[in-house]
Design a protein around this ligand. Structure first.
Ligand code: DLL
Length: 431
């Protein structure tokens, strides 16, 4: 255990620490972020009203749209000069959600990722091949700093170039692979095709997250790579990976509660639900400095289990993510909102705002195809201009969303109209 003094803290002591940190966080948000002050004032709340942990339910929720409305730096509690790094994730429309970190935040996150990797079963002697994407996505650098803090050897390979991944696993004696679960399967199958048995290599652990995956996928990854596969969860708004992670017992992901206060709510009534029931996870950051996040609605559907785990950790566990309350898709690890696709389409002349998104998984790779109606005028044009239009939609998708989507232009009025909510997404993936 990386920090047994916290990870095994008696609940009473832990809750005392959480309350102190919550009070501090609410005060800081109120004093330093006009957005929070205005929201608290709307419900007639001041930091002094937070007297117990239950009082958290008096605080207003925060959602992705608040980040959009205050883009880029309106949610910050420190001047930009104190920010040492900025990550970002998809917003619901054209603009991303920005996540700034000060030096203390990077330190907190690195430490939490070291704790996470240790909980997954890694240690300082490991060679960790980090195949999460580096860049604005939090996966690459989050794992990188955590692995270094743990004292392990890091190979910052990032995702892609699978044959080279396999060569390095063998040549450098990689013991831990960190990547999305779907990429772990691609590595496994590519190795098989190359006639290489990775189960016979030094590899013994895979730490997989950033997208939903099933127990079936776990079994497949474990068998094909000869590893233990561990689930890890996190989100950009709350630092990134390292909000929660399984231990070797694999009975849910321990939420690092000394840094994150977890609640479960009914997604419709927004009322708190008792532990054990399935609902939407709401998280409050207790130690984040550059950008306080209070009662963030994650849209992730989970169960929370409060019982002490066999590993000795007292920290609450969350189930695998069962689904989302919104229409966010995760395609090859990239978060995509249908509304983002819509705003791209609307920016291209000649296409109509009628579209359907078809997501499928072919040989473990997510494929996304967008059917778009074109206007009558365009459709009666010659083939070449249609092809050009298709190309420009595809290029725009690639540059704005960062995903390679197939685009299929269809005749006007082909896409079924519904009277109620339009069914924009057809997700055919089976995990
Ligand atoms: O995906 C951070 C991360 C990186 C987590 C690497 C784990 C490993 P975002 O891009 O902001 O951050 O996406 C956050 O991804 O709200 C969930 O819907 C989904 N997600 C993350 N981890 C898991 C998981 C990173 N283990 C969103 N299982 C979250 C299911 C996950 N869904």
């Amino acid at each position: 255990m990386w920090e047994p003094q916290y990870e095994k803290m008696p609940r009473e002591e832990l809750e005392k620490l959480q309350l102190e940190r919550l009070q501090q966080m609410v005060k800081s948000a109120y004093e330093k972020v006009p957005f929070y002050r205005a929201k608290f004032q709307e419900v007639g709340l001041t930091p002094k009203d937070i007297k117990s942990l239950d009082d958290v339910s008096k605080l207003p929720f925060t959602s992705k749209s608040d980040f959009r409305d205050n883009y880029p730096f309106g949610m910050m509690a420190v001047p930009l000069s104190e920010v040492v790094r900025i990550h970002a994730s998809s917003g619901t429309t054209g603009k991303p959600t920005v996540a700034p970190y000060n030096a203390k935040d990077i330190d907190t996150w690195s430490n939490l990722m070291a704790r996470t990797l240790a909980s997954a079963g890694a240690h300082s002697g490991d060679v960790i091949q980090n195949a999460y994407g580096y860049g604005l996505f939090t996966g690459g650098l989050g794992f990188h700093y955590g692995a270094e803090r743990l004292g392990a050897t890091v190979i910052p390979i990032a995702a892609g170039n699978t044959k080279r991944q396999i060569m390095l696993i063998e040549d450098l004696g990689t013991t831990v692979l960190t990547c999305t679960p779907s990429y772990a399967l691609i590595v496994a199958e590519t190795a098989q095709e190359m006639g290489i048995d990775l189960a016979a290599s030094q590899l013994r652990l895979a730490v997989c997250g950033a997208e939903p995956w099933s127990e079936n996928m776990r079994a497949e990854i474990e068998a094909k790579l000869g590893v233990t596969a561990i689930d890890i969860y996190g989100l950009t708004e709350l630092l990134g990976p390292g909000v929660s992670c399984e231990c070797s017992y694999k009975t849910g992901m321990h939420i690092w509660e000394d840094h994150f206060l977890a609640e479960i709510i009914d997604p419709v009534t927004e009322q708190p639900l008792p532990y054990g029931q399935q609902g939407e996870l709401v998280l409050t950051a207790l130690t984040k400095e550059a950008m306080p996040v209070i009662r963030f609605k994650t849209h992730d559907i989970v169960n929370l289990y409060p019982e002490t785990c066999e590993c000795g950790r007292t920290m609450i566990r969350m189930s695998k993510v069962h689904g989302r309350t919104d229409d966010m898709l995760i395609v090859r690890g990239v978060n995509v909102f249908p509304t983002q696709i819509e705003s791209v389409l609307l920016s291209v002349e000649g296409v109509e705002p009628q579209y359907q998104i078809i997501v499928d998984r072919e040989r473990h790779l997510d494929e996304i195809e967008i059917w778009v109606e074109v206007s009558d005028a365009v459709f009666s044009d010659e083939m070449r201009s249609l092809e050009e239009l298709e190309k420009s939609v595809r290029a725009e998708m690639d540059s704005v969303l960062g995903i390679a989507a197939r685009v299929k232009l269809v005749e006007p009025k082909t896409i079924t109209r519904t009277e109620g909510k339009a069914k924009r997404v057809v997700d055919r993936r089976e995990l």
